[in-house]
Design a protein around this ligand. Structure first.
Ligand SMILES: [Mn+2]
Length: 369
């Protein structure tokens, strides 16, 4: 029996009433979110079919937010909705997340854009460059916890920024405001989305993230959650880690790692994230080649620094696209048309720009092994 079918036979805890103390900051926020939800529903009503798009190589926060938005559109606005993503879902936890929760998502290659008259985007924004919405389309709805980009001001319905730890928090607040019953699979998805993006509420977490997390917890399918958090790993995973540990270079409080080539683009984030745990390290940068593009992932544990701003400064000046926020960021740079030598040069340029920004003084890196 799968966790999804098991959970059906078990009595489900009923959602607690969504009523924080009157006049509190939480109550005021709930009111604001309810007003936004009403506006969103009014805006969507009467459309035929919605497309909800995540960023490429989506993480659990993006997928959960997309599935929850599709659920809201169907239940409250009566609009059929399809969730789609570009790129691939590669990390073992994220694949387990889709499989165990049986989330209804499709690769963008199967989307017929002409069938949709409402285009929504979650966990990213039009200008971000990390999504697969063709340039001839512009989204009608954008919900994202990353800082607002100028082009997003032209979006008809936008709920962006707010310093929240996860986009899933916004969707949890909408569902809570709506009073809709929440299927355990979507509750579990939103809960894990918040948990993963905030690293267990320990990173860039705001009171609304904590409130949403706690509200979702009793509704979570705990067995499904365990299966997601402790997945089986493919042998490529161990091979890739072996390579990463061999290649990592430690400069003072920074680790940089050229992983070479990867089986899935989200593995650069996994490697960068892991090396941030090393000794006194405050900066961790990993990069790799995947299908003709260099993927970069940057992490910092220094709260005074902004990884998102730094990666944009370094990458956008060199023809790539980048996004992220305080402690985590990612970017990609197309390599098309570059000779092997030109490619090496670009890579070196980018890495030295990062090392300079990290304030690295030492010229000779140390190896881990
Ligand atoms: Mn996110």
């Amino acid at each position: 029996m799968t966790p999804a079918s098991r959970s059906r036979s078990r009595p489900r805890p009923r959602p607690r009433p969504a009523r924080p103390a009157r006049g509190s900051a939480e109550a005021r926020r709930a009111e604001g979110q309810r007003a936004k939800l009403d506006r969103l529903v009014a805006f969507a009503k009467g459309r035929r079919r919605a497309l909800v798009l995540t960023h490429d190589n989506p993480d659990p926060d993006a997928l959960a937010a997309a599935v929850a938005l599709a659920y809201i559109l169907e239940k409250l606005a009566g609009v059929r909705a399809q969730v789609a993503y570009g790129g691939i879902v590669g990390r073992a936890e994220n694949r387990a997340f889709l499989r165990v929760l049986r989330l209804p998502v499709t690769p963008i290659s199967r989307v017929v854009f002409a069938e949709h008259d409402l285009i929504c985007m979650v966990d990213t924004q039009p200008e971000q460059g990390n999504h697969s919405l063709p340039a001839r389309h512009f989204p009608d709805v954008v919900i994202d916890h990353h800082p607002e980009r100028p082009e997003t001001r032209n979006v008809r319905f936008a709920d962006v920024g707010g310093r929240l730890g996860a986009t899933s928090t916004v969707l949890t607040e909408y569902i809570r405001a709506s009073g809709l019953p929440l299927p355990p699979s979507i509750a579990t998805a939103l809960y894990y989305g918040i948990k993963a993006d905030t690293r267990d509420l320990g990173r860039e977490t705001t009171p609304p993230d904590v409130a949403s997390y706690l509200w979702l917890f009793p509704q979570v399918d705990k067995e499904a959650l365990a299966a997601i958090e402790h997945p089986r790993l493919p042998i490529e995973y161990f091979r890739l880690y072996h390579t990463a540990i061999e290649r990592a270079q430690v400069y003072d409080a920074a680790v940089v790692c050229d992983v070479g080539s990867i089986y899935s683009p989200d593995m650069v984030a996994e490697v960068a994230e892991r090396f941030l745990f090393l000794g006194e390290v405050k900066w961790s940068l990993a990069w790799a080649d995947y299908e003709g593009q260099l993927f970069f992932s940057l992490r910092t544990s220094d709260r005074r620094m902004n990884a998102g701003r730094l990666i944009r400064e370094v990458i956008e000046a060199r023809g790539g696209s980048a996004g992220g926020h305080g402690s985590m960021a990612g970017a990609r740079v197309p390599l098309r048309g570059l000779s092997p030598a030109g490619r090496k040069k670009l890579e070196q340029e980018i890495v030295s720009a990062f090392l300079k920004a990290f304030g690295v003084k030492s010229r000779r890196p140390q190896r881990i092994v």
